[in-house]
Design a protein around this ligand. Sequence first.
Ligand code: HEC
Ligand code: HEC
Length: 300
Amino acid sequence: MPQEKDKLLDHNFDGIQEYDNPLPRWWVWLFYGSIIFSVIYFPYYHLFGGTSAREEYQMEMSAWEQKQAEQAAVAAANAPAANTSSDGVAQSIGNVDAGKQVFATNCVACHGMLGEGTIGPNLTDSFWIHGNRTEDLLRVVNEGVPDKGMVAWKAILGPQKVQDVVAYLHTLEGTNPPNPKAPEGKDYSSADTMAAVAPAALTGNADSGKQVFTTNCVACHGMLGEGTIGPNLTDNFWIHGNTDQDILQVIANGVPEKGMVAWKTVLNPKKIQDVAVYVTTLKGTNPPNPKAPEGTEYPE
Ligand code: HEC
Ligand code: HEC
């Protein structure tokens, strides 16, 4: 403060005196300004329901979650089209393009150019004599069925080519080529697959199921099943019921329009069993930050 503004007040306490210094202008205006601001801010946000930062955040988050769920649903709808088998490891076990070459060189003589079947069975329909999981296909291609005329390819092709051709076989199912050979074996399409997926009781292994969950489900249901995009799987509220059958059913068939994947197109029946068992162990675990309940409450 410049010296000339210092004005001594006339009171005196045991020799201690006081100057009368005015507050700086800028400070005074800031003070009045904040009062005016609060008069507008307080009623708008606290009395008349203006959107708070928290609400804006939640709105942005739910828009984002919605978009994620839509994208996931689209991805889920598109992805299995290339690989309609019941087993998701198909694409990862081998190289489909290399497998196509192997098939063209070694298999078309008996299974047809497009896998439609000639001497050997049709490989494009949902009927299989020896099963349609990756392990079934690997076994039959490796070991063959010598008494029926199917060659044991293991010694001829080696492991890599066998895996490639099996990856390719997975892309054939459901391709509907012209002049298909009549179905042979057992139908592995929905009804029968469901019977395999959903026998009367849950028979899976919770530890393996936890692995399956960590790999496939946490993105939408949270690390501990507390729910993020998808519902909380640890509370007593269920949209699709809480019996073992209900849980198996919803995992296997999904709720595509809501973004829940039909896992039977990705995971084999054993993995679906395992993860269903694991989901049933989540009930009542009370993880932190649970998603709000959805669906109907089912008492213990
Ligand atoms: C010499 C003829 C012949 C050749 C070549 C041949 N297959 Fe086969 N394949 C068969 C016959 C016959 C069967 C039916 C076996 C049976 O009835 O159990 C069969 C069955 C299969 C099956 C099981 C189908 C089912 O319904 O379970 C697969 C998978 C298969 N072959 C893949 C291949 C692949 C891959 C190749 C080439 C690497 C190949 N086959 C080459 C004759 C052949
Ligand atoms: C892309 C996101 C997504 C993934 C990944 C996902 N889910 Fe879901 N899930 C959902 C959504 C969304 C719902 C709610 C469907 C509805 O509203 O009907 C749901 C519902 C469920 C339900 C029924 C819950 C109820 O309240 O009835 C179960 C059980 C379930 N999921 C299990 C799983 C399992 C197990 C996996 C992994 C193999 C998995 N989910 C992976 C999004 C997902």
